[in-house]
Design a binder for this molecule. Structure first.
Ligand SMILES: *[C@@H]1O[C@H](CO)[C@@H](O)[C@H](O)[C@H]1NC(C)=O
Ligand SMILES: *[C@@H]1O[C@H](CO)[C@@H](O)[C@H](O)[C@H]1NC(C)=O
Ligand SMILES: *[C@@H]1O[C@H](CO)[C@@H](O)[C@H](O)[C@H]1NC(C)=O
Ligand SMILES: *[C@@H]1O[C@H](CO)[C@@H](O)[C@H](O)[C@H]1NC(C)=O
Ligand SMILES: *[C@@H]1O[C@H](CO)[C@@H](O)[C@H](O)[C@H]1NC(C)=O
Ligand SMILES: *[C@@H]1O[C@H](CO)[C@@H](O)[C@H](O)[C@H]1NC(C)=O
Ligand SMILES: *[C@@H]1O[C@H](CO)[C@@H](O)[C@H](O)[C@H]1NC(C)=O
Length: 811
């Protein structure tokens, strides 16, 4: 596919991936070491359950001292530097050591459970509250300002700009963080002590791995929680930005932005940077966030590659997130921007809510009208050319002296333009490089047009490969601008130009006869169109290990808006020259869809404080929409221009519906023990591997298959003959409800649900058995669903993804 330049995030992922090799000249490496000793959360000596307060602090200090002593006894002084001690969820440390030998020594040392080399993490780079139904439930939760109140969302990202209006303290917002939150605020460069203002309740930063590799530079990355990138401010504003904050960019108010849970508080854990991030920093951030007492973790980041090992579920970050879940913290993570390729997900485990990205129905309509009456529909968030007048059109080459380089003027240099010729004209500039992000093309063009004082610019992008306008990156500009990417439009416009331009013998233009008008392009319209899975959103099936074996776990879990999302931005960031200096920007990616879901989790948690992370995930998944309001199925972009019916591998259980997620009727719960059983059932994973990863043994009652986990979905990557899948639902409704099971079987599979009708009282559970039989083996997954419809209006949808491999043979 032609590389579209749709999303910043996409772009930042690509650059990060290329950075993945890291500074190869540095032989020193960072290792994360997990010890046999208990972390604070599972320390058994305390009789009163989890240690708290002074007792926990003492244990933390003791563990830290032990780590130091351990390192001293095994490694030579000066050959290593300890970066972190992990003490809350994990008992271990990160160490920067300058020889492979150190890793070998540590691996063999008594008391060490696991050693993992550090790996690079990548970022997966506002009207949306209404689109997903969040604003519809705000009245239930005490109004917008109070929606999410008492809930703390931990943002593990690039930090935050505390000056942004989305994070200002409201007048009547309590300055005190919720009582169960124990986080603190680290002040520093561009992050004064009053940055923690009641909206922001905690802020810390983690950069020791980045410092060890030499990539962290305090001058540009700030030794404080300040966001040098913009990504972290953007995601934080989506999750819990203040209600009704004007999103102003390039001097124009594009509308009012609001987070999904405008009353929730934000705890900031800066662990990613313009250069990416390291798992050892992220793990330190997660450990701290859980210790501080956040309710939700929003993680718009994932490892750049599947880490080697027996199972993706057992990599250190995934298992740490399992321990976070065990501690009652919901974890929401971007599913990745590797779509539309199959098995491109980078968030794997069933305890994580992995989020796909969709479009929304907001459209910006930019039109140019030519003198011959032709109308071109373009991209561009810009004002119109003044008045009703038509403006002469001029090709940049025809009004400049520069034809020296490659014969085309890329409009990057104001000096070559002949000022007398550009006055009052709309200039046609070409994107001259196939790599849009090389050389600041777009920003350079706009800057040039502003400097030469032309009336406007039409940008022709021959490299876009006919990507439609919906997929353009859109950046507000002060000069009237329009971007043409459609091949036929380009031809027509240029033909019109040439037909009406008179030239002398050597090609110099004598009269500019072609004219255009650029119309207003900054007003959004809302088409009511159904969301589509964005083409870059990573797809299932989920993979189990580096050998790409398929897992019996559905990924993504759910979909939320991620394409062209307005959110807060850091004015000092130079990540995007197009929006430099602004406080709001449009970004795209699964990075943007993730905080939408984290915000909804906060709303659910406020309403149902006792629900476990698994119950919250279940509520979100079983109530998601798979059709639009008129019943048409949701669609997925599989490649540029190709739109097909979306499957659970594109959108998970469907598009998040906040209103329904607050009242799901039934939920599927899963405990830590259930997840251990799951891990012990992963093919190729033995008990020793599970023990190394999580420090616990397999439960005595073993699950046979991964599909036995009590998940709100059923995935069977290889159905040979018959598989029985048992589920248990728990009523969270207010009254008795009788459910009927409706089945849509995947092609090639027979499905029976029993009982097909059951009544369940509030707080009671019901057992459900789903039997799947291959009837016609195929060579692909096929999809279906079980829908439990209650007589009190609840509807619980369980997606089925089954690969019918073989019919059971013989007796
Ligand atoms: C908070 O203040 C805003 C504006 O001053 C007001 O509209 C809102 O009702 C107040 N909320 C509460 C819960 O007092
Ligand atoms: C850090 O960044 C500043 C500003 O770009 C630069 O001048 C300085 O040389 C950098 N320092 C290092 C150690 O790279
Ligand atoms: C876009 O704007 C033009 C000019 O105002 C109008 O003719 C056209 O119908 C609009 N298109 C859409 C899709 O709204
Ligand atoms: C550029 O084009 C002009 C005619 O438009 C010509 O006179 C001049 O020699 C050209 N310069 C170069 C460096 O080719
Ligand atoms: C340009 O002129 C040619 C020849 O006169 C004509 O066929 C064509 O339709 C014109 N195109 C435009 C866009 O005016
Ligand atoms: C599935 O196969 C089993 C064993 O062959 C059989 O007993 C059962 O009735 C079948 N169920 C369905 C739904 O076809
Ligand atoms: C709800 O169901 C329980 C049994 O599960 C029954 O005892 C109770 O009477 C029922 N309540 C109503 C209002 O039907």
């Amino acid at each position: 596919m032609a590389f579209p330049k749709p999303s910043l995030v996409l772009c930042s992922v690509l650059t990060l991936l290329s950075l993945n090799r890291g500074p190869s000249h540095v032989s020193a490496k960072v290792y994360m070491v997990v010890m046999e000793d208990d972390p604070v959360v599972s320390y058994k000596a305390s009789r009163k359950g989890v240690m708290r307060g002074e007792e926990a602090q003492k244990y933390k200090e003791m563990s830290t001292t032990k780590h130091d002593a351990f390192l001293e006894s095994f490694l030579t002084v000066g050959s290593y530097k300890k970066l972190y001690s992990y003490t809350h969820l994990l008992n271990g440390f990160a160490v920067h050591a300058n020889s492979e030998k150190a890793a070998k020594i540590l691996r063999g040392a008594k008391g060490v459970r696991l050693v993992q080399e550090d790996i690079k993490m990548a970022k997966m780079t506002t009207y949306t509250p209404k689109y997903i139904g969040a604003s519809g439930v705000w009245p239930l939760l005490g109004g917008a300002e109070n929606s999410g109140d008492g809930i703390v969302i931990g943002m593990i990202d690039t930090g935050i700009d505390p000056q942004n209006p989305s994070f200002a303290s409201f007048s009547n917002q309590s300055k005190q963080p919720p009582s169960n939150f124990k986080g603190m605020c680290r002040s520093g460069d561009r992050f004064p002590p009053d940055s923690c203002n009641g909206k922001i309740v905690g802020a810390r930063w983690f950069a020791r791995a980045g410092q060890a590799t030499g990539e962290f530079n305090a001058t540009i990355h700030y030794a404080s929680p300040y966001d040098p990138d913009g990504h972290g401010s953007h995601t934080a504003s989506t999750a819990a930005g203040n209600f009704h904050t004007p999103a102003v960019s390039r001097g124009y108010n594009f509308g009012y932005a609001s987070g999904m849970a405008p009353g929730a508080r934000l705890a900031i854990y800066k662990a990613a940077y313009p250069f990416g991030g390291y798992m050892s920093d992220v793990i330190a951030a997660v450990d701290q966030a859980v210790e501080d007492g956040v309710d939700v973790i929003s993680l718009s980041m994932a490892p750049s590659s599947v880490s080697p090992g027996p199972a993706a579920f057992l990599n250190l970050l995934e298992t740490q997130l399992l321990l976070a879940t065990k501690a009652g913290v919901s974890v929401v993570q971007a599913v990745g921007n590797g779509g539309p390729d199959a098995s491109s997900v980078v968030s794997f485990s069933p305890w994580i809510t992995s989020v796909a990205a969709s479009t929304t129905d907001r459209k910006y309509n930019k039109t140019i009208v030519a003198g011959n009456g032709q109308i071109f529909s373009c991209g561009g968030l810009s004002p119109p050319t003044p008045g009703d007048t038509m403006y002469p059109l001029a090709l940049a080459d025809d009004v400049s002296t520069d034809n020296s380089t490659d014969g085309s003027n890329g409009c990057q240099d104001p000096k070559v333009f002949i000022r007398s010729l550009v006055q009052g004209k709309v200039i046609v500039c070409m994107i001259v490089s196939s790599n849009y992000y090389q050389g600041d093309n777009f920003a350079g063009i706009i800057d040039t047009i502003q400097k030469i004082g032309a009336a406007g610019v039409v940008i022709i992008d021959r490299y876009s490969g006919d990507v439609d306008y919906e997929y353009q990156s859109i950046f507000p500009t002060v000069v009237p601008s329009a971007m043409v990417v459609d091949g036929v439009d380009m031809m027509n416009l240029m033909e019109y130009y040439e037909n009406n331009t008179a030239r002398d013998g050597d090609g110099t233009v004598i009269t500019f006869g072609a004219t255009v008008r650029i119309l207003e392009g900054r007003r959004a319209s809302y088409s009511g169109e159904r969301p589509e899975v964005a083409d870059y959103s990573s797809r299932g099936p989920n993979i189990e290990n580096a050998q790409m074996q398929l897992a019996d776990v559905l990924k993504p879990n759910v979909m939320a808006p991620g394409h062209h999302i307005w959110g807060a931005w850091s004015p000092t960031s130079d990540a995007l020259p197009e929006v430099q200096g602004e406080s709001y920007a449009i970004l795209s990616g699964t990075s943007m869809s993730t905080p939408h879901v984290a915000g909804v989790v906060a709303l659910i948690k406020q309403r149902h404080p006792k629900w476990s992370p698994a119950m919250i995930m279940s509520a979100i998944m079983t109530t998601a929409d798979v059709t639009d309001r008129s019943g048409r199925p949701l669609m997925a972009r599989r490649d540029v221009g190709a739109v097909v019916a979306a499957t659970p591998f594109d959108m998970g259980a469907g598009a998040i519906n906040a209103a329904r997620a607050l009242d799901p009727g039934l939920v599927f719960d899963a405990t830590y023990r259930d997840y251990l059983q799951f891990l012990c059932a992963v093919p190729g994973v033995d008990e020793a591997a599970v023990r190394r990863a999580v420090g616990a043994s397999c439960p005595t009652s073993r699950a046979r298959w991964c599909s036995d986990l009590n998940a709100p979905s059923v995935t069977v990557a290889s159905l040979v003959g018959s598989r029985r899948v048992d589920r248990k639902v728990w009523s969270v409704a207010a009254e008795n409800e009788t459910y009927m099971a409706y089945v849509r079987a995947p092609d090639g599979v027979a499905v029976r649900v029993s009982p097909d009708e059951f009544t369940v009282a509030p707080g009671e559970t019901a057992a459900l058995r789903i039997v799947l039989n291959t009837t016609a083996p195929g060579n692909a997954f096929s999809f279906g669903e079980v829908v439990l419809r209650g007589d009190k209006k609840h509807s619980v949808r369980i997606p089925l993804a089954v690969y019918p491999a073989a019919v059971l043979s013989g007796p």
